[in-house]
Write a protein that binds this ligand. Structure first.
Ligand code: SR1
Ligand code: MG
Length: 395
Protein backbone atom coordinates (compact mmCIF):
# COMPACT_ATOMS: atom_id res chain seq x y z
CA UNK A 1 0.00 0.00 0.00
CA UNK A 2 1.16 3.52 -0.67
CA UNK A 3 2.72 5.50 2.15
CA UNK A 4 5.22 8.34 1.91
CA UNK A 5 8.58 6.90 2.94
CA UNK A 6 10.98 8.45 5.39
CA UNK A 7 14.71 7.81 5.58
CA UNK A 8 14.21 4.99 8.06
CA UNK A 9 11.15 3.32 6.48
CA UNK A 10 12.94 3.44 3.13
CA UNK A 11 15.91 1.53 4.58
CA UNK A 12 13.52 -1.08 6.03
CA UNK A 13 11.85 -1.42 2.63
CA UNK A 14 15.11 -1.76 0.69
CA UNK A 15 16.45 -4.33 3.13
CA UNK A 16 13.57 -6.61 2.08
CA UNK A 17 14.84 -6.65 -1.54
CA UNK A 18 17.61 -9.20 -2.19
CA UNK A 19 19.20 -7.26 -5.10
CA UNK A 20 19.47 -4.16 -2.90
CA UNK A 21 21.22 -6.15 -0.18
CA UNK A 22 23.85 -7.08 -2.75
CA UNK A 23 24.09 -3.61 -4.25
CA UNK A 24 24.40 -1.77 -0.91
CA UNK A 25 26.32 -4.51 0.88
CA UNK A 26 26.80 -5.32 4.55
CA UNK A 27 23.90 -5.17 6.95
CA UNK A 28 21.00 -2.72 6.66
CA UNK A 29 22.01 -1.37 10.06
CA UNK A 30 25.08 0.01 8.24
CA UNK A 31 23.02 1.83 5.62
CA UNK A 32 22.25 5.53 5.69
CA UNK A 33 19.52 7.44 3.87
CA UNK A 34 19.77 11.15 3.13
CA UNK A 35 16.93 13.22 1.67
CA UNK A 36 18.12 15.31 -1.28
CA UNK A 37 14.75 16.43 -2.72
CA UNK A 38 15.38 19.34 -5.06
CA UNK A 39 12.71 19.38 -7.82
CA UNK A 40 9.18 20.72 -7.51
CA UNK A 41 7.27 17.46 -7.32
CA UNK A 42 8.82 14.45 -5.55
CA UNK A 43 10.93 13.28 -2.66
CA UNK A 44 14.38 11.91 -3.43
CA UNK A 45 16.72 9.99 -1.11
CA UNK A 46 20.25 8.70 -1.52
CA UNK A 47 20.77 5.42 0.33
CA UNK A 48 24.38 4.34 0.90
CA UNK A 49 25.90 1.13 2.22
CA UNK A 50 29.38 -0.38 2.41
CA UNK A 51 29.23 -1.65 -1.19
CA UNK A 52 27.46 1.15 -3.01
CA UNK A 53 24.56 3.57 -3.15
CA UNK A 54 21.21 4.03 -4.90
CA UNK A 55 18.90 6.93 -5.63
CA UNK A 56 15.23 6.53 -4.61
CA UNK A 57 12.48 8.78 -5.93
CA UNK A 58 8.91 8.64 -4.66
CA UNK A 59 5.76 10.50 -5.77
CA UNK A 60 3.82 12.46 -3.19
CA UNK A 61 0.04 12.93 -3.49
CA UNK A 62 0.69 16.66 -3.94
CA UNK A 63 3.25 19.04 -5.43
CA UNK A 64 6.23 18.96 -3.04
CA UNK A 65 6.79 22.70 -3.15
CA UNK A 66 3.07 23.49 -2.84
CA UNK A 67 1.33 20.85 -0.69
CA UNK A 68 -2.07 22.50 -1.27
CA UNK A 69 -1.81 21.44 -4.93
CA UNK A 70 -3.03 17.82 -5.08
CA UNK A 71 -1.34 15.63 -7.68
CA UNK A 72 -1.94 11.96 -8.64
CA UNK A 73 0.86 9.55 -7.83
CA UNK A 74 1.35 7.92 -11.25
CA UNK A 75 4.22 10.14 -12.34
CA UNK A 76 7.00 7.81 -11.16
CA UNK A 77 5.44 5.00 -13.22
CA UNK A 78 5.72 7.16 -16.34
CA UNK A 79 9.29 8.03 -15.46
CA UNK A 80 10.13 4.32 -15.18
CA UNK A 81 8.39 3.56 -18.48
CA UNK A 82 10.33 6.40 -20.11
CA UNK A 83 13.61 4.91 -18.87
CA UNK A 84 12.63 1.46 -20.11
CA UNK A 85 11.51 2.77 -23.51
CA UNK A 86 14.68 4.78 -24.12
CA UNK A 87 17.48 2.79 -22.59
CA UNK A 88 18.13 0.62 -25.71
CA UNK A 89 18.55 3.79 -27.81
CA UNK A 90 20.42 6.09 -25.43
CA UNK A 91 22.27 3.63 -23.15
CA UNK A 92 23.98 5.29 -20.22
CA UNK A 93 22.78 8.79 -21.11
CA UNK A 94 19.98 8.13 -18.61
CA UNK A 95 20.39 6.53 -15.16
CA UNK A 96 19.98 2.78 -14.90
CA UNK A 97 16.62 1.71 -13.44
CA UNK A 98 17.11 -0.91 -10.71
CA UNK A 99 13.64 -1.33 -9.29
CA UNK A 100 10.08 0.00 -9.60
CA UNK A 101 7.42 -0.44 -6.91
CA UNK A 102 4.08 0.32 -8.52
CA UNK A 103 2.25 0.40 -5.16
CA UNK A 104 4.63 2.76 -3.43
CA UNK A 105 5.16 4.78 -6.64
CA UNK A 106 8.87 4.43 -5.97
CA UNK A 107 11.79 4.19 -8.36
CA UNK A 108 15.18 2.89 -7.26
CA UNK A 109 17.90 3.83 -9.72
CA UNK A 110 21.57 4.50 -10.25
CA UNK A 111 22.97 7.14 -7.92
CA UNK A 112 24.95 9.65 -9.95
CA UNK A 113 27.17 10.35 -6.98
CA UNK A 114 29.90 12.29 -8.77
CA UNK A 115 27.48 14.33 -10.89
CA UNK A 116 26.08 17.82 -10.35
CA UNK A 117 22.81 19.32 -11.52
CA UNK A 118 23.70 21.19 -14.71
CA UNK A 119 21.77 24.31 -13.66
CA UNK A 120 23.87 24.60 -10.49
CA UNK A 121 27.08 23.95 -12.44
CA UNK A 122 26.15 26.68 -14.92
CA UNK A 123 25.34 29.18 -12.20
CA UNK A 124 28.68 28.40 -10.56
CA UNK A 125 30.36 28.67 -13.97
CA UNK A 126 31.93 25.23 -13.64
CA UNK A 127 30.12 23.19 -16.30
CA UNK A 128 32.59 21.89 -18.89
CA UNK A 129 32.25 23.51 -22.32
CA UNK A 130 30.57 21.33 -24.92
CA UNK A 131 27.97 19.68 -22.67
CA UNK A 132 25.13 20.64 -25.03
CA UNK A 133 26.51 18.29 -27.69
CA UNK A 134 25.59 15.37 -25.43
CA UNK A 135 22.05 16.72 -25.02
CA UNK A 136 21.71 17.17 -28.78
CA UNK A 137 22.82 13.55 -29.26
CA UNK A 138 20.41 12.39 -26.61
CA UNK A 139 17.45 14.13 -28.25
CA UNK A 140 18.53 12.89 -31.69
CA UNK A 141 18.85 9.26 -30.62
CA UNK A 142 15.75 9.22 -28.41
CA UNK A 143 13.53 10.93 -30.95
CA UNK A 144 14.69 8.80 -33.87
CA UNK A 145 14.26 5.54 -31.96
CA UNK A 146 10.67 6.34 -31.00
CA UNK A 147 9.67 7.90 -34.34
CA UNK A 148 7.43 6.66 -37.13
CA UNK A 149 10.62 6.39 -39.19
CA UNK A 150 12.12 3.79 -36.88
CA UNK A 151 9.04 1.91 -35.66
CA UNK A 152 6.06 0.23 -37.27
CA UNK A 153 2.94 2.32 -36.68
CA UNK A 154 1.52 -0.35 -34.37
CA UNK A 155 4.52 0.09 -32.07
CA UNK A 156 4.28 3.88 -32.13
CA UNK A 157 0.58 3.67 -31.31
CA UNK A 158 1.32 1.39 -28.35
CA UNK A 159 3.95 3.73 -26.94
CA UNK A 160 1.91 6.81 -27.66
CA UNK A 161 -1.15 5.28 -25.97
CA UNK A 162 0.90 4.43 -22.91
CA UNK A 163 2.24 7.96 -22.51
CA UNK A 164 -1.07 9.57 -23.50
CA UNK A 165 -2.22 8.45 -20.04
CA UNK A 166 0.35 10.80 -18.45
CA UNK A 167 -2.51 13.23 -17.96
CA UNK A 168 -1.63 15.03 -14.75
CA UNK A 169 1.83 16.09 -15.85
CA UNK A 170 0.75 16.92 -19.37
CA UNK A 171 -1.90 19.13 -17.77
CA UNK A 172 0.86 20.92 -15.84
CA UNK A 173 2.68 21.65 -19.09
CA UNK A 174 -0.45 22.74 -20.93
CA UNK A 175 -1.30 25.12 -18.10
CA UNK A 176 2.05 26.35 -16.83
CA UNK A 177 3.95 26.54 -20.12
CA UNK A 178 1.34 27.02 -22.83
CA UNK A 179 -1.44 29.04 -21.20
CA UNK A 180 -1.14 30.62 -17.73
CA UNK A 181 1.53 33.26 -18.41
CA UNK A 182 -0.73 34.89 -21.04
CA UNK A 183 -3.72 35.21 -18.70
CA UNK A 184 -4.34 38.32 -16.62
CA UNK A 185 -6.35 36.34 -14.05
CA UNK A 186 -3.90 33.59 -13.11
CA UNK A 187 -2.81 33.66 -9.45
CA UNK A 188 0.14 31.37 -10.23
CA UNK A 189 1.84 34.17 -12.18
CA UNK A 190 4.24 36.48 -10.40
CA UNK A 191 7.05 38.82 -11.33
CA UNK A 192 9.66 40.40 -9.17
CA UNK A 193 9.22 44.07 -9.89
CA UNK A 194 6.58 46.63 -10.85
CA UNK A 195 9.10 47.74 -13.46
CA UNK A 196 7.95 44.72 -15.49
CA UNK A 197 4.23 45.50 -15.13
CA UNK A 198 3.83 47.20 -18.52
CA UNK A 199 5.68 44.50 -20.39
CA UNK A 200 3.74 41.70 -18.67
CA UNK A 201 0.47 43.48 -19.36
CA UNK A 202 1.36 43.77 -23.02
CA UNK A 203 2.08 40.00 -23.19
CA UNK A 204 -1.24 39.28 -21.54
CA UNK A 205 -3.35 41.50 -23.76
CA UNK A 206 -1.71 41.16 -27.17
CA UNK A 207 -4.10 39.23 -29.40
CA UNK A 208 -1.53 38.81 -32.18
CA UNK A 209 0.81 37.14 -29.71
CA UNK A 210 -2.02 35.00 -28.35
CA UNK A 211 -2.78 33.72 -31.86
CA UNK A 212 0.89 32.75 -32.22
CA UNK A 213 0.80 31.00 -28.81
CA UNK A 214 -2.25 29.09 -30.01
CA UNK A 215 -0.25 27.90 -33.02
CA UNK A 216 2.34 26.46 -30.61
CA UNK A 217 -0.44 24.88 -28.52
CA UNK A 218 -1.61 23.17 -31.67
CA UNK A 219 1.89 21.89 -32.42
CA UNK A 220 2.27 20.58 -28.86
CA UNK A 221 -1.13 18.90 -28.69
CA UNK A 222 -1.47 17.53 -32.18
CA UNK A 223 2.01 16.58 -33.37
CA UNK A 224 3.17 13.15 -32.22
CA UNK A 225 6.62 12.98 -33.79
CA UNK A 226 8.44 11.11 -31.05
CA UNK A 227 8.61 10.27 -27.36
CA UNK A 228 9.72 13.48 -25.64
CA UNK A 229 11.35 14.01 -22.28
CA UNK A 230 8.76 16.72 -21.76
CA UNK A 231 10.67 18.83 -19.20
CA UNK A 232 14.18 19.10 -20.58
CA UNK A 233 15.56 22.09 -18.70
CA UNK A 234 19.02 22.39 -17.15
CA UNK A 235 17.70 21.01 -13.85
CA UNK A 236 16.88 17.75 -15.65
CA UNK A 237 20.50 17.12 -16.57
CA UNK A 238 23.34 15.87 -14.38
CA UNK A 239 26.94 16.30 -15.36
CA UNK A 240 30.34 14.98 -14.32
CA UNK A 241 33.11 15.95 -16.72
CA UNK A 242 31.98 14.76 -20.12
CA UNK A 243 29.47 12.29 -18.63
CA UNK A 244 26.11 13.99 -19.17
CA UNK A 245 22.91 12.27 -18.01
CA UNK A 246 19.31 13.16 -18.60
CA UNK A 247 17.09 12.53 -15.56
CA UNK A 248 13.47 13.11 -14.50
CA UNK A 249 11.49 11.76 -17.46
CA UNK A 250 8.21 11.93 -15.56
CA UNK A 251 6.69 14.43 -18.04
CA UNK A 252 7.28 12.06 -20.99
CA UNK A 253 4.72 12.17 -23.80
CA UNK A 254 4.50 11.97 -27.57
CA UNK A 255 4.93 15.41 -29.10
CA UNK A 256 6.95 17.62 -31.44
CA UNK A 257 10.73 17.10 -31.16
CA UNK A 258 11.29 20.87 -31.14
CA UNK A 259 9.61 21.03 -27.71
CA UNK A 260 12.53 19.32 -25.95
CA UNK A 261 15.14 21.25 -27.96
CA UNK A 262 13.40 24.59 -27.46
CA UNK A 263 13.00 24.13 -23.73
CA UNK A 264 16.67 23.26 -23.26
CA UNK A 265 17.82 26.06 -25.54
CA UNK A 266 15.73 28.63 -23.66
CA UNK A 267 17.31 27.61 -20.37
CA UNK A 268 20.78 28.18 -21.84
CA UNK A 269 19.69 31.59 -23.12
CA UNK A 270 18.27 32.58 -19.71
CA UNK A 271 21.51 31.57 -18.04
CA UNK A 272 23.35 33.97 -20.36
CA UNK A 273 20.81 36.75 -19.71
CA UNK A 274 21.33 36.33 -15.97
CA UNK A 275 25.10 35.92 -16.26
CA UNK A 276 26.16 37.97 -19.31
CA UNK A 277 29.75 36.74 -18.91
CA UNK A 278 28.38 33.41 -20.24
CA UNK A 279 27.06 34.99 -23.42
CA UNK A 280 29.60 33.61 -25.92
CA UNK A 281 29.72 30.28 -24.11
CA UNK A 282 25.93 29.76 -24.24
CA UNK A 283 25.86 30.87 -27.88
CA UNK A 284 28.37 28.09 -28.66
CA UNK A 285 26.39 25.56 -26.61
CA UNK A 286 23.16 26.41 -28.46
CA UNK A 287 24.86 25.98 -31.83
CA UNK A 288 26.29 22.66 -30.62
CA UNK A 289 22.91 21.50 -29.32
CA UNK A 290 21.39 21.93 -32.75
CA UNK A 291 24.27 20.53 -34.84
CA UNK A 292 24.64 17.48 -32.57
CA UNK A 293 20.94 16.78 -32.57
CA UNK A 294 20.84 16.97 -36.37
CA UNK A 295 23.91 14.76 -36.75
CA UNK A 296 22.70 12.14 -34.27
CA UNK A 297 19.24 11.91 -35.80
CA UNK A 298 20.63 11.76 -39.34
CA UNK A 299 23.17 9.09 -38.44
CA UNK A 300 20.40 6.76 -37.29
CA UNK A 301 18.14 7.73 -40.18
CA UNK A 302 20.85 7.08 -42.76
CA UNK A 303 21.97 3.83 -41.13
CA UNK A 304 18.36 2.70 -41.55
CA UNK A 305 18.91 -0.22 -39.17
CA UNK A 306 15.42 0.33 -37.76
CA UNK A 307 12.82 1.02 -40.45
CA UNK A 308 9.26 1.92 -39.68
CA UNK A 309 6.31 2.57 -41.95
CA UNK A 310 7.30 6.14 -42.67
CA UNK A 311 10.64 5.04 -44.09
CA UNK A 312 9.45 2.15 -46.17
CA UNK A 313 9.68 3.78 -49.62
CA UNK A 314 12.83 5.89 -49.75
CA UNK A 315 16.50 5.50 -49.00
CA UNK A 316 17.42 8.39 -46.70
CA UNK A 317 20.37 9.44 -48.87
CA UNK A 318 18.06 10.09 -51.78
CA UNK A 319 15.69 12.48 -50.05
CA UNK A 320 17.66 15.64 -49.35
CA UNK A 321 14.63 17.87 -49.87
CA UNK A 322 12.63 15.91 -47.30
CA UNK A 323 15.52 16.11 -44.84
CA UNK A 324 15.65 19.89 -45.23
CA UNK A 325 11.90 20.25 -44.72
CA UNK A 326 11.95 17.97 -41.69
CA UNK A 327 14.75 19.75 -39.83
CA UNK A 328 13.37 23.16 -40.72
CA UNK A 329 10.03 22.28 -39.16
CA UNK A 330 11.79 21.10 -36.01
CA UNK A 331 13.72 24.38 -35.88
CA UNK A 332 10.49 26.38 -36.21
CA UNK A 333 8.99 24.43 -33.31
CA UNK A 334 12.21 24.79 -31.35
CA UNK A 335 12.10 28.59 -31.73
CA UNK A 336 8.44 28.82 -30.72
CA UNK A 337 8.71 26.54 -27.71
CA UNK A 338 11.90 28.30 -26.60
CA UNK A 339 9.88 31.52 -26.61
CA UNK A 340 7.20 29.95 -24.41
CA UNK A 341 9.80 28.61 -21.98
CA UNK A 342 11.52 32.02 -21.73
CA UNK A 343 8.26 33.66 -20.74
CA UNK A 344 6.93 31.02 -18.34
CA UNK A 345 10.24 30.74 -16.42
CA UNK A 346 10.19 34.52 -15.96
CA UNK A 347 6.62 35.25 -14.85
CA UNK A 348 5.02 31.82 -14.29
CA UNK A 349 4.74 29.39 -11.36
CA UNK A 350 8.09 27.62 -11.82
CA UNK A 351 10.88 30.19 -12.14
CA UNK A 352 14.60 29.53 -12.25
CA UNK A 353 17.49 30.10 -9.87
CA UNK A 354 19.77 31.48 -12.61
CA UNK A 355 18.12 34.88 -12.36
CA UNK A 356 19.19 35.25 -8.76
CA UNK A 357 22.80 34.46 -9.62
CA UNK A 358 23.34 37.87 -11.24
CA UNK A 359 25.25 40.60 -9.43
CA UNK A 360 22.32 42.83 -8.45
CA UNK A 361 18.59 43.40 -8.71
CA UNK A 362 18.83 45.87 -11.56
CA UNK A 363 20.67 43.28 -13.67
CA UNK A 364 18.12 40.66 -12.70
CA UNK A 365 15.25 42.83 -13.88
CA UNK A 366 17.14 43.51 -17.11
CA UNK A 367 17.75 39.77 -17.63
CA UNK A 368 14.06 39.05 -17.12
CA UNK A 369 13.05 41.85 -19.46
CA UNK A 370 15.31 40.38 -22.14
CA UNK A 371 13.76 36.95 -21.68
CA UNK A 372 10.24 38.33 -22.01
CA UNK A 373 11.02 40.41 -25.10
CA UNK A 374 12.94 37.60 -26.77
CA UNK A 375 10.25 35.10 -25.85
CA UNK A 376 7.61 37.21 -27.55
CA UNK A 377 9.73 37.63 -30.69
CA UNK A 378 10.49 33.91 -30.92
CA UNK A 379 6.85 32.91 -30.57
CA UNK A 380 5.76 35.39 -33.22
CA UNK A 381 8.56 34.72 -35.71
CA UNK A 382 9.00 31.00 -35.04
CA UNK A 383 7.92 29.82 -38.45
CA UNK A 384 10.23 32.27 -40.26
CA UNK A 385 13.36 31.13 -38.43
CA UNK A 386 15.01 28.76 -40.89
CA UNK A 387 18.57 28.44 -39.59
CA UNK A 388 20.21 28.14 -36.18
CA UNK A 389 22.13 31.34 -36.97
CA UNK A 390 18.83 33.18 -37.45
CA UNK A 391 17.61 31.76 -34.15
CA UNK A 392 20.79 32.87 -32.38
CA UNK A 393 20.38 36.36 -33.86
CA UNK A 394 16.95 36.63 -32.26
CA UNK A 395 18.23 35.41 -28.89
C1 SR1 B 1 4.13 21.98 -10.45
S1 SR1 B 1 5.48 21.50 -11.36
C2 SR1 B 1 6.20 22.91 -11.97
C3 SR1 B 1 7.27 22.68 -12.95
O1 SR1 B 1 8.26 21.85 -12.36
C4 SR1 B 1 8.66 20.85 -13.27
O2 SR1 B 1 10.02 20.66 -13.29
C5 SR1 B 1 8.14 21.30 -14.61
O3 SR1 B 1 9.04 22.19 -15.24
C6 SR1 B 1 6.88 21.98 -14.22
O4 SR1 B 1 6.41 22.83 -15.23
MG1 MG C 1 11.76 17.48 -12.87
Amino acid sequence: AYRPLTASTLIDYLSSLAPMQTRLGGNSADWTAREVSDGNLNTVFIVSGPAGSVCCKQSLPYVRVDPAWAMPLERTLFEARWMQALSPAVGHQIPELYHLDEGLFLIVMENLSTHHVLRNALIAGVAPAGFAARIGEFVGHASYATSWRALAFEDVYALRDLFSRNLALTRITVDLVLTDPYRTDCPRNRWISPELDDLVESLQTDSVLHAAVERMQERFLSSSQALLHGDLHTGSVMISGDDVRVIDGEFALYGPIGFDLGMFLANLAMNAYAQPEHDDWMRDEIALLWSSFRRAYLERWEAGAQRGDMASLTRPASCAAERTRFFQQILHDCAGFAGLELIRRTIGFAQIADYEAGSNRENEIEARRRALLTGRTLIQKAFQIDTIEALLDQI
